[in-house]
Design a protein around this ligand. Structure first.
Ligand SMILES: Nc1ncnc2c1ncn2[C@@H]1O[C@H](COP(=O)(O)OP(=O)(O)OP(=O)(O)O)[C@@H](O)[C@H]1O
Ligand SMILES: CCCCCCCCCCCCC/C=C/[C@@H](O)[C@H](CO)NC(C)=O
Ligand SMILES: [Ca+2]
Length: 543
C-alpha cells in the first residue's frame, strides 16, 4: 500500500464474505491492525474482531472447500476467491494459539489486492526471523523434544515461511560445541528444544562464540562482555522449564513458537561465575548453593525418573536438613530502581528494565568513563546457611508460579541474593510452602534478601583449607561435624546449582552483566482487560 499525502498510512476497506455473511473488513496501517465487523445494526450484529498486524502469522490464498462453499444460493453459480489469515489468538494464562479466518469475494482482483497488501505489511515486520538454527535435546524432560518439535512447532514455522536447520543432539555439549563451528551470523536466531539445561548449553555456545570472535577473554572476571544480539528461542521440553515460564508466563511449546514467529525480543541479564580468574559458567536463572545444589546433585543420579526426580530428591534433601558455613561478600545494586520486596513484578515493557537499558546505552557511549566496580562498597555476611540462592529472574515455574524472588527483574542488571539461615525443619518447610502460595517468602527472621550486582562466596571449608593447606586430614573426616554429630552441620561442601547444571567449586565470584543476551519473548504480559477483550472479540475494542 502506498503512503497517503502527508505521510499518513492508508486503509484498505472492503466488503468481504466471511461464512454466510458479508463483513466490513479494514486493514488499517495507521492503527496497525486488521479488523472485521458485521455492518448490520448493533442489535442484529454478530461479533466484531481485530488482530494487530504484528500478531498475524501469515496469509494464504485459499480454495474454499465444499462446506465453506455452501455459503449462499447465488454464490454456488459464481467462482469465489478467498484468502486465509492466520493469527495469534490469546487465551487464558498467557497461552497463545494459532487461529485463522477466511474471507471471500467474487472479484479476483480484490482478493489479490488484499493478499498483496497483507503480505507487504508482514514483510515490513523486520524483527521476524527468516532463518533459524534449531537444537533438539531428545532426552530432556519426558523425552518428548523431537515429537513436540515435529508435531507442534515445525508446522507453524513452515506456515510462517521460516526456514530451519535442525540438529538433534547426540550427546551433552553437542549444541554448545556446534555453535563454535557453524556460521552463526547467517541465522536470525537459535532455537533450543529442551529444558533449562539445554538452554544453558545453547547460551554458553552463543555467548562464548561472540566473545571469542570479539577477542574477549572469558577468564577475566572484570572483562566487559560483548552483547549477543542473536536471539534464543526456547521450546519447553524439559523438567522445570523455569526460564521459559519466567519470560513468557507459561511453559507451552505452541505459545513459545508463536513468540518466535512474531519476532519478540526480551533482553536478559546474565551472571558470569568465576573461580580464581578461571571462567566456570554463565547463569540466567538460579545459582543455588545448599538446598537447591544438593537437590540437583542427588537428582542427576536419577535422570531415569524424568521430571519426578526433583520431587524425590527434594524430599530427601529436605529431610537431610544440611546447612553450610561460609562467607558472602556482595555489592548492592544501587543503579536499579526496584527492590526485592516490591509488590509489583517485572512485566512486558517494564520501566525498571527500560531504565537499566538507558543506563547501559549511556555507559556504552562513554565507555572511556567505565564504572570502577572494585571501588564500590562491599558488604560481608558470615553464617550458617540452608540455602544461598542468587536469581537473575523470578524463577517462576509450574511448581512455584511466582518463583523464588517474585519481584526480580529480567533485564535490570541485578540479581536477588536470598540467604536462608540455619533454622528448624518446620520453619524451612514454612519457607518452602510460601513458594507455592501468595504469602511473602521473605517475611521470616531467618531469610534475608538483597539486590546485588556482584557477590563472592567462600565456604568455611575452603577458607580453612586455604589458611591451612597442609591440614589435609581435615578433608578426610567423616561427612558430618564430629563435634556435633546431630547438628546437621555439613563439613563437606555443597554444590552450586547453575541453571540446572552442577558446579563443584565452593568459592565463586559472580558478576551480573546487564542485558547480555536476548530471547524471543516479551516478558510476562499483564492480564489486562484489553487482552481478555480481544480474545473474546469484543465490539467495544473497535470503537
Ligand atoms: N543427546 C543428548 N544426550 C544426553 N544429554 C544431552 C543430549 N543433548 C543435550 N543433553 C544434555 O541434557 C541436559 C539436560 O537437558 P534438559 O535441560 O533439556 O532437560 P531437563 O534437565 O530434564 O530439564 P530442566 O533443565 O528444565 O530441569 C543438558 O544439560 C544437556 O547438556
Ligand atoms: C513442600 C512444598 C515444597 C515446595 C517447593 C517448591 C519450590 C519449587 C521451586 C523450584 C525452583 C525453580 C528454580 C529453577 C531451577 C532450575 O534452574 C533447575 C533446572 O531446571 N531446576 C531445579 C529444580 O533445580
Ligand atoms: Ca535481573
Amino acid at each position: 500500500m502506498e503512503r497517503l499525502p502527508g505521510g499518513r498510512r492508508p486503509r484498505l476497506v472492503s466488503s468481504l464474505g466471511l461464512g454466510r455473511r458479508s463483513w466490513e473488513v479494514t486493514l488499517d496501517e495507521e492503527r496497525g491492525r486488521l479488523a472485521w465487523r458485521d455492518p448490520r445494526p448493533p442489535r442484529r450484529a454478530g461479533e466484531n474482531c481485530f488482530v494487530p498486524i504484528s500478531e498475524i502469522i501469515s496469509v494464504e490464498e485459499t480454495e474454499l472447500n465444499k462446506k465453506q462453499r455452501n455459503i449462499g444460493k447465488w454464490q454456488k453459480m459464481t467462482k469465489l476467491h478467498a484468502f486465509t489469515v492466520y493469527y495469534v489468538k490469546k487465551a487464558r494464562n498467557h497461552r497463545w494459539r494459532c487461529s485463522d479466518v477466511t474471507f471471500w469475494c467474487v472479484d479476483e482482483h480484490l482478493c489479490n489486492q488484499w493478499i498483496q497488501a497483507l503480505k507487504e505489511l508482514l514483510e515490513m515486520q523486520k524483527s521476524r526471523p527468516k532463518q533459524l538454527l534449531v537444537y533438539i535435546n531428545p532426552y530432556g524432560g519426558k523425552r518428548q523434544g523431537k515429537r513436540i518439535y515435529e508435531q507442534k512447532v515445525a508446522p507453524l514455522f513452515s506456515l510462517a515461511s521460516i526456514s530451519t536447520d535442525v540438529v538433534i543432539t547426540e550427546h551433552a555439549n553437542h549444541a554448545k560445541d556446534n555453535l563454535f563451528e557453524v556460521n552463526i551470523y547467517k541465522y536470525d536466531g537459535v532455537v533450543c528444544v529442551g529444558g533449562d539445561g539445554m538452554f544453558s548449553e545453547v547460551m554458553h555456545g552463543l555467548i562464548g562464540r561472540i566473545q571469542k570472535d570479539s577477542g574477549i577473554d572469558q577468564n577475566n572476571p572484570k572483562a566487559s562482555l560483548v552483547q549477543c544480539n542473536i536471539r534464543i528461542g526456547i521450546i519447553p521440553a524439559g523438567s522445570t522449564d523455569c526460564i521459559c515460564y519466567s519470560t513468557v508466563g507459561i511453559s507451552d511449546p505452541v505459545t513459545s513458537a508463536l513468540h518466535i514467529i512474531v519476532g519478540d525480543c526480551q533482553p536478559l541479564d546474565v551472571s558470569s561465575v568465576h573461580h580464581n580468574n578461571m571462567f566456570l559458567k554463565y547463569s540466567v536463572s538460579l545459582l543455588g548453593y545448599g538446598f537447591y545444589g544438593d537437590i540437583l546433585k542427588d537428582s542427576e543420579k536419577k535422570r531415569w525418573m524424568g521430571p519426578m526426580r526433583y520431587d524425590y530428591s527434594g524430599f530427601k534433601t529436605f529431610l537431610s536438613h544440611h546447612y553450610y558455613e561460609g562467607t558472602i561478600a556482595y555489592q548492592p545494586a544501587k543503579h536499579t530502581l526496584g527492590s526485592p520486596r516490591d509488590k509489583d513484578s517485572c512485566r512486558t515493557g517494564c520501566y525498571i528494565c527500560k531504565k537499566s537499558e538507558q543506563q547501559l546505552a549511556e555507559q556504552h557511549k562513554d565507555c572511556g568513563l567505565k564504572h570502577e566496580e572494585g571501588e564500590e562498597e562491599w558488604k560481608v555476611i558470615k553464617g550458617k546457611f540452608l540455602a544461598i540462592n542468587a536469581v537473575n529472574m523470578s524463577c517462576a515455574c509450574p511448581r512455584s508460579p511466582k518463583g523464588l524472588s517474585p519481584a526480580a527483574h529480567l533485564a535490570d542488571g541485578s540479581a536477588d541474593l536470598i540467604l536462608v539461615r540455619k533454622c528448624s525443619r518446620f520453619d524451612f518447610l514454612r519457607y518452602l510452602v510460601r513458594h507455592t502460595n501468595q504469602d511473602d517468602q521473605f517475611d521470616f527472621p531467618f531469610v534475608d534478601v538483597y539486590r546485588v550486582k556482584s557477590f563472592q562466596f567462600t565456604s568455611k571449608l575452603s577458607e580453612d583449607n586455604e589458611s591451612n593447606v597442609m591440614d589435609i586430614g581435615k578433608k578426610r573426616f567423616g561427612q558430618f561435624c564430629r563435634d556435633h554429630p546431630a547438628c546437621c552441620c555439613n563439613i563437606v561442601n555443597s554444590t552450586w546449582n547453575c541453571d540446572g547444571e552442577t558446579l563443584d567449586s565452593s568459592a565463586i565470584e559472580v558478576r551480573v552483566h546487564c542485558q547480555l543476551m536476548k530471547l524471543f519473548a516479551r516478558g510476562i504480559e499483564e492480564n489486562c482487560k484489553d487482552e481478555a477483550a480481544y480474545s473474546q472479540n469484543s465490539a467495544e475494542q473497535l470503537l
